[in-house]
Design a protein around this ligand. Structure first.
Ligand SMILES: Cc1cc2nc3c(=O)[nH]c(=O)nc-3n(C[C@H](O)[C@H](O)[C@H](O)COP(=O)(O)OP(=O)(O)OC[C@H]3O[C@@H](n4cnc5c(N)ncnc54)[C@H](O)[C@@H]3O)c2cc1C
Length: 545
């Protein structure tokens, strides 16, 4: 059996950062197992290619969720990257860290070293911020380039003016001291190309010579000696392929993401005995929290029809698209350099909420049946609105011992009463924004939820019919103290009760944060790399509220 110091399962956002940092020690050997192929496909790198990769099964797990109590009987689609860079290779490129209180809450749950002042140095170390920002909060020399959307569009400008007319301030940097306000989105885009975790961190690490990245390597089991993880079994080439084992001298690290890390633990006999025994899986270590606690952001997308101006819907049709392709080829700008959302707005659902609890995005485009991925033919603009810190929780549970069968994903969107209230408030704010005076020259009529929707119950019914994921699942291997029934890993990200096994990805978040998850997932991996290497942690940042 081949032996490495570390075997990392998953070359996604977390796996790529980890590989980079651990391989800085020239004497360390690392094997990275990635179920998907290399990230060669041009649509990964072309920013607007997200519309294509969204459903591309060769590089996307393309999971289906279970219908929930408030999804109107629908199974909501759950794309996940399956290639080098993982979901950061197919995501919407938005860079958003979250609020100070998100991380302070993690620390208050008993996780030492995870408060905002502790994690800020890692956010800074990772990024190379190009553009506005206070250097107390922003990094300038990391691998991850963060730019601000440079597309200027009268509809975006009118939307921001509309927000300001409602009392929402313009915020030059929502990743700075305070998140709330409205502004153009910040993105992981450099020279008109996507900056995935693989391009920023994994590929440079591969040049060091101590990293062995294996693609088409689907991990099926963790190999144990007693309670100690000593290696990983994988199938080369996917179902029906060749079984291979690799050994880890130091540690096995799971970075397969929120759906797949708990799946691999359960397949390896770690989880609730009530789940595993009926499936014929021998219980190696009973750990109730594995797969439990899933959270995500749930967003209804409000759509208005547009007049007097062209939206992206028309600009990508016929000869316009050729012009845009030429523009991108010659200047790396224009339509093909865009992200799915252009303007970000953070605001309160009510006067008593202390910090913003709503996130809204604006796009001068609209999607078929309110779903991202397929643009409509007629002019439209969309405001997606979601609650930042939902309370509802669901689970990820395997339904068989077959490692190639997708696990059951039940997010239980809107199960908590607070979540329903805040989502309804978000839809109402979206309506006010779309109907604001600065947008009136372009606003024709509200298409969804439509003028017939007026009462809270009607808004909720509309959210139930058409809400979708914002692709931010987390919290299925939660970090917490050993005496918490829900905790899977400790604050060093070691699996409770086992040796030499860590989980390091979005699944370890104990609570959903007020942001898209890519930035914080990379922060988690960067901090974890210092914990693994036993390096002195950076001094906590001194920040004023
Ligand atoms: C469509 C979409 C849009 C998004 N938009 C944004 C956005 O704009 N901004 C933002 O901040 N966040 C966004 N996100 C979320 C963000 O990208 C993810 O939260 C983040 O990338 C998660 O990182 P991770 O390391 O936990 O998992 P991933 O990056 O998903 O990595 C997991 C990796 O493990 C591999 N893997 C899984 N199981 C196995 C196995 N058994 N064997 C071997 N390999 C395995 C996977 O193939 C994958 O490469 C989006 C996500 C999606 C899907």
């Amino acid at each position: 059996m081949e032996t490495f110091d570390y075997v990392i399962v998953g070359a996604g956002s977390a796996g790529s950062v980890l590989t980079n940092r651990l391989s800085e020690d020239a004497g360390t050997t690392i094997c990275v197992l990635e179920a998907g192929p290399r990230d060669w496909h041009p649509y990964i790198h072309l920013p607007a290619g997200f519309i294509k990769t969204f459903h591309m099964k060769s590089i996307n797990w393309a999971y289906k969720q279970e219908p929930g109590p408030y999804t109107g009987g629908r199974s909501i689609y759950a794309p996940r990257g399956k290639t080098l860079g993982g979901s950061s290779s197919i995501n919407g490129h938005i860079y958003n860290r979250g609020q100070r209180q998100d991380f302070d809450t993690w620390a208050q749950l008993g996780n030492r070293g995870w408060g905002y002042p502790d994690v800020l140095p890692y956010f800074k170390r990772l990024e190379r911020r190009v553009g506005e920002g206070d250097d107390t909060y922003r990094g300038r020399d990391g691998n991850l380039t963060v730019t601000t959307m440079d597309w200027r569009d009268p509809l975006c400008e009118a939307f921001m003016a509309g927000a300001i007319s409602l009392g929402i301030p313009r915020n030059p940097d929502y990743n700075g001291r305070i998140q709330e306000g409205v502004s153009y989105a910040q993105r992981t885009i450099k020279n008109g190309l996507r900056v995935s975790a693989a391009t920023a961190f994994l590929h440079p690490a591969r040049k060091r010579g101590n990293v062995d990245v294996r693609t088409h390597a689907h991990a099926t089991n963790i190999i144990f000696e007693g309670k100690r993880a000593v290696g990983v079994r994988y199938i080369k080439g996917g179902r029906g392929g060749v079984p291979v084992e690799v050994r880890a001298n130091k540690e096995v690290i799971l970075a397969g993401g929120t759906y797949n890390s708990p799946q691999l633990l359960q397949l390896s006999g770690i989880g609730s005995p009530d789940l595993l025994r009926p499936l014929g899986i021998e219980v190696r270590h009973a750990l109730q929290g594995v797969g439990e606690g899933l959270q995500d952001h749930y967003a209804p997308r409000s759509v208005a029809r547009v007049k007097n101006i062209k939206t992206i819907n028309e600009l990508r049709q016929g000869w316009h698209l050729w012009v845009e392709a030429l523009k991108w080829a010659t200047t790396r700008r224009g339509l093909l350099s865009l992200s799915p959302t252009m303007v970000y707005c953070f605001w309160h659902s009510g006067e008593t909420t202390e910090s913003s609890d709503l996130q809204l995005t604006f796009t001068p485009a609209s999607y078929k049946e309110g779903v991202q991925g397929q643009l409509e033919d007629q002019p439209g603009m969309t405001v997606a609105s979601w609650q930042q810190r939902p309370e509802s929780r669901g689970y990820v549970r395997i339904s068989s011992a077959d490692p190639f069968q997708q696990p059951i994903i039940q997010t239980n969107y809107l199960a908590a009463e607070l979540d329903r209230r805040v989502v309804v408030a978000g839809m109402k704010l979206a309506r006010r924004l779309l109907k604001s005076a600065p947008l009136s020259p372009y606003y024709e009529y509200e298409d969804f939820p439509g003028p017939g929707v007026q009462s809270d119950d009607e808004f909720l019914a509309a959210a139930t019919q058409r809400g979708t994921t914002t692709f931010h699942p987390g919290c299925t291997c939660r970090m917490g103290p050993a005496n918490s029934s829900w905790a899977v890993v400790d604050d060093q990200l070691r699996v409770h009760g086992l040796e030499r096994l860590r989980v390091i990805d979005a699944s370890i978040m104990p609570r959903m944060i007020s942001a898209n998850l890519n930035a914080s997932t990379m922060m988690i991996a960067d901090k974890a790399s210092d914990l693994i290497r036993g390096r002195q942690l950076p001094e906590a940042a001194v920040v004023v509220s």
